[in-house]
Ligand binder design. Structure first.
Ligand code: BGP
Length: 482
């Protein structure tokens, strides 16, 4: 019997399709440091860490971080060591446009990103660039940030500058990283920048403005740059997979998916555009009940629906973890973070007994979730190109990190099943993260890196973990077989 088992295991095809691309990611605020070097402007995360150190687990900040502003050559070397096909990083808005507006472009900022992009291309590694990974200029935050509809204009100007400067060499673009974090997590929890709590209004205003800002940037690329450069543009959503606790919770789990994913994806990827109908209805009912004269979720005009609809060239999926959904019990309190409890829907989340916990409070291990999430997206939005733009694992282990390798293997196996069994057209996978970095409210306490960073070293020495060797071998062999 054991021989039979062994045979069936070997027969299992754990090989990635030819042409599949592997990458790793970071984000400007999390790695660059040099927060006030040269003419760089202040971002909302600079301000947040400096003013509210107690909101960061280890009271740290991004002032130096991994010092990638100075260590970029080593970063490229690491990408080369791993054999990455692409490196996903973000541009810091205030490094390029210190005032937040397009009235002055920093020469130093331009030079920094040119060096990084050219250095990667010299090694045959594709730059995969995110325009916005959470570090809004403080000058724009002072004007209301993502709750001010003018943010779409400011973002459009910034996007045009980035496309103009780097579009000749960068072919893969993400406009905005994880709108749900910028909106729902920020305005529901107060644990991220800016610490403004406004769940009934702020989160939804932000939601619509982010959709408009993304669409503006996409349309600018499409009309002014695509004819010359033929790149691809998308937005990277965050996906927590929701399973119902019991069959009776199935409908609520679907509503929670539409709330957490559909509210950010439906306007862009669905055939009809606009908000998911079930969410539009549920949120209007809640708002009226609360005494508002209309829904807190701002309506789209027909023109806006058309403007946002179809603004993608592929689907960018960030995924880490899953939750179970059940109806909230009488008198139960809501805890929005980790962004799934939804007071407006009466949905409460919990973890399955047998899901392992990790060193980070919001993260439970449930490999099947990534496959189910991909299948759901395919079923909702059709047979489009998918790229996993973030997936990774936090642990406090040192250089030897067998648990992280186990996580990567288990999740990547489910990714293969999505491709081979469910027919998901998935062309790339991105590990979060190339190196340990400033993990937002966790500071440096949580470590996601394939490379360990020594924060006591003035040059922030990077050392490959065992997981880096695992990933390198996977990229070389294309198989999960040992
Ligand atoms: C994603 C972010 C990344 C990264 C990662 C780990 O949501 O896009 O920037 O931080 O999560 O999460 P955390 O740092 O909250 O543990």
């Amino acid at each position: 019997f054991s021989t039979l088992l062994a045979v069936s295991w070997c027969a299992e095809d754990l090989t990635f399709p030819p042409g599949f691309k592997f990458g790793a990611a970071t984000a400007a605020f999390q790695v660059e440091g040099a927060w006030n070097v040269s003419d760089k402007g202040e971002s909302k995360w600079d301000r947040f860490c400096h003013e509210f150190p107690h909101k960061i687990q280890d009271r740290s900040n991004g002032d130096v971080a991994c010092d990638s502003y100075h260590q970029w050559k080593r970063d490229i070397e690491m990408a080369e060591e791993l054999g990455l096909h692409f490196y996903r990083f973000s541009v810091s808005w205030t490094r390029l446009l210190p005032s937040g507006f397009a009235n002055h472009i920093s020469e130093d900022g331009t030079r920094y990103y040119n060096n990084l992009i050219d250095g990667l291309l010299e090694k045959g590694i594709e730059p995969f660039v995110t325009l916005y990974h959470w570090d809004l200029p403080q000058s724009l935050q002072d004007l209301g940030g993502w709750t001010n509809p003018l943010v779409a204009d400011w973002f459009a100007d910034y996007a045009r500058v980035v496309f103009t400067l780097f579009g000749d060499r960068v072919k893969w673009w993400i406009t905005i990283n994880e709108p749900i974090v910028i909106c729902d997590v920020v305005y529901n929890s107060g644990i991220m920048a800016p610490p403004i709590i406004s769940p009934e209004t702020g989160a939804y205003l932000c939601n619509k403005n982010v959709m408009m800002a993304h669409a503006r940037a996409y349309r600018i690329y499409d009309e002014e740059f695509r004819p010359k450069y033929q790149g691809k543009v998308s937005v990277a959503n965050h996906h927590i997979w929701f399973d119902p606790l019991t069959p009776a919770d199935a409908e609520l789990a679907e509503l929670a998916r539409q709330n957490a994913v559909g509210r950010y994806a439906h306007p862009i990827y669905s055939k009809t555009g606009g908000w998911p109908a079930s969410i539009e209805k549920a949120l209007e009912e809640v708002s009226l009940k609360r005494g508002y004269s209309k829904s807190s979720l701002p309506a789209f005009t027909q023109e806006e629906i058309e403007f946002v609809r179809g603004t993608y060239d592929f689907y960018a999926m960030n995924h880490y973890t899953s939750r179970l959904i059940r109806k909230a019990r009488e008198g139960e309190t809501f805890n929005f973070w980790p962004f799934a409890d939804c007071i407006d829907l009466g949905a409460k989340v919990q973890k399955q007994e047998d899901w392992d916990v990790t060193s980070t409070f919001w993260f439970f291990i449930h490999p099947e979730g990534i496959r189910r999430q991909l299948a759901w997206l395919k079923q909702q939005y059709g047979d489009i190109e998918f790229i996993i733009t973030e997936n990774g694992f936090p642990t406090v282990e040192g250089i030897h990190d067998p648990i992280r390798i186990k996580y990567y293997k288990a999740y990547l196996k489910q990714v293969l099943l999505a491709i081979k069994e469910d027919g998901v057209y998935l062309t790339g996978y991105t590990a979060w993260s190339l190196m340990d970095n400033f993990e937002w409210s966790d500071g440096y306490a949580t470590k996601f890196g394939l490379y360990q960073v020594d924060y006591n070293d003035p040059h922030r020495k990077r050392t490959p973990r065992d997981s880096a060797r695992f990933y390198k071998n996977l990229i070389k062999t294309y198989t999960l077989d040992d």
